[in-house]
Design a protein around this ligand. Structure first.
Ligand code: NAG
Length: 438
């Protein structure tokens, strides 16, 4: 079997394209398990050594995997990624958590004990064959294992090494462990989330982790592009707290530049009125947003309340913000007069944005979501079909896709050692029986 393995980008000069040629080599195809060939994907030929667990890191490497990178998910023998156990729910009749499924498709699971000398040597061999290393250990942990950037940059100068931490490499909190809910507390998100006058609330999913994973993915992409020019890798630091503070956007700027402290507002918007969810007569919620005077007029017309759009108290957005309580009371009363589905019919074809507040069954049965085929089904190695939310980004001339199901613990250890490092069966068995790999 012939395989296309792209050369490491270190060998390229500035005038070359990212993938100037393909080198044919046998017998290993890094993507032979992929049903959709990764060769058609933007990151075909890029190999990622993934030392991350839980959410932020795995979310980042899942995006890279969707885009065609070969992701080697390094896990501890026997235990693996903690999120494997984060259930119920589990896939029916198994101990594979639904949580883990959501973050780990398009990866190969390779179990190596990083705490053993031999395990570390295997990682040194792998970094030479990988383009990116990404990790989210507590600060200092990998240094104690001989796997910090300083430890590997000389043996793999082409390597892009991305660390995800709670607080970044500098500053008084740099040694603290990081968790989404803590970083979103310290970073202000929890303070601004929740009902007016009520307790602070956590956002329903780990948005700070997710945003950090997205920053990391973009940062790695840019470093890969820079490497085309320089031939060199580099260290990238992403952290939860900086990400969270950067994501305060207008709320942060309101304080920095307007001296305005932030308050919890439920679904309301601080600077746009109306822009929130309203309860309807059957208890279901409808969200509407009128971001301009023109759209406010259109909303009033649909609600049969045209007198509001000529009322001087509501004549422009600043006036509506000023008289928010009066206007919202009137709108709430109006929305209470019909059911959600009646309102949805009335609002059809509106110029302003609107939509129901959906629960999961409504989201996944939504006709639009069904029509675009966002939900993918893959055969999981336990013998069940699992459903995954596919990549939300499409390319006109490339493939961004679910190719591999989330792996079982250690499913690809032997394959990877044999095919990437040329280890013999014997050597692999030895490593297995001594517990270095699984
Ligand atoms: C989701 O919302 C729909 C419509 O209101 C309702 O019929 C259904 O019971 C809800 N599902 C769950 C699991 O609560």
């Amino acid at each position: 079997m012939v395989l296309i393995r792209l050369p490491l980008l270190t060998k390229l000069t500035t005038t070359m394209r990212i993938f100037p040629s393909v080198r044919l080599k046998s017998p290993y195809s890094p993507h032979r398990l992929f049903s959709t060939p990764a060769q058609d994907s933007p990151l075909a030929g890029i190999r990622v050594l993934d030392l991350t667990r839980i959410v932020a890191g795995p979310f980042c490497t899942m995006i890279l995997g969707d885009l065609g990178a070969e992701v080697l998910k390094i896990e501890m023998p026997n235990s693996g990624d903690e999120a494997r156990k984060w259930g119920p729910p589990f896939i029916e009749g198994t101990s594979e958590s639904c949580y883990f499924l959501s973050l780990n498709r398009n990866k190969k699971s390779v179990c190596i004990n990083l705490k053993s000398d031999t395990g570390r040597e295997i990682i040194y061999e792998l970094v030479k064959k990988c383009d990116v290393l990404i990790e989210n250990y507590v600060p200092g942990k990998l240094k104690s294992l001989g796997l910090s950037y300083e430890d590997v940059k000389d043996i793999a100068p082409h390597l892009i090494y991305c660390s995800l931490t709670g607080y970044g490499p500098n500053g008084p909190y740099s040694k603290r462990p990081g968790y989404d809910v803590i970083a979103s507390s310290v970073g202000g998100l929890i303070h601004i989330t929740g009902p007016k006058g009520g307790e602070p609330c956590k956002v329903g999913v780990a948005m700070t982790d997710i945003a950090t994973g997205l920053y990391a993915h973009g940062a790695i992409m840019a470093a890969l592009l820079q490497r085309v020019r320089t031939g060199k890798g580099q260290k990238i630091d992403c952290d939860l707290l900086s990400t969270q503070v950067a994501c305060l956007i207008n709320i942060g700027s309101n304080y920095l530049n307007g001296g305005l402290e932030a308050v919890r507002r439920g679904t309301e918007h601080g600077s746009i009125v109306p822009y929130q969810a309203f309860p309807t007569s059957d208890g279901h919620y409808l969200t509407v947003g009128a971001g301009s005077d023109h759209l406010f007029k259109a909303l009033c017309k649909k609600l049969d309340m045209e007198e509001l759009s000529t009322d001087p108290r509501f004549s422009n957005n600043a006036m509506r913000v000023k008289n928010r309580n009066i206007l919202i009371t009137l709108l709430r009363e109006r929305f209470q007069q019909k059911t959600l589905s009646e309102w949805l019919k009335i609002l059809e074809d509106s110029q302003f944005p609107y939509g129901p507040v959906n629960n999961m069954s409504q989201v996944f049965n939504d006709p639009h979501i069904e029509a675009i085929g966002l939900i993918k089904e893959v055969q999981h190695p336990v013998g069940k079909t699992v459903k995954l939310v596919g990549p939300p980004v499409q390319y006109s001339d490339s493939v961004n896709a679910v190719r591999l199901p989330p792996p079982l613990l250690g499913q690809h250890t032997a394959d990877v050692l044999k095919e990437i490092l040329d280890y013999s069966e014997e050597k692999i068995q030895e490593l297995q029986s001594s517990g270095v790999v699984q």
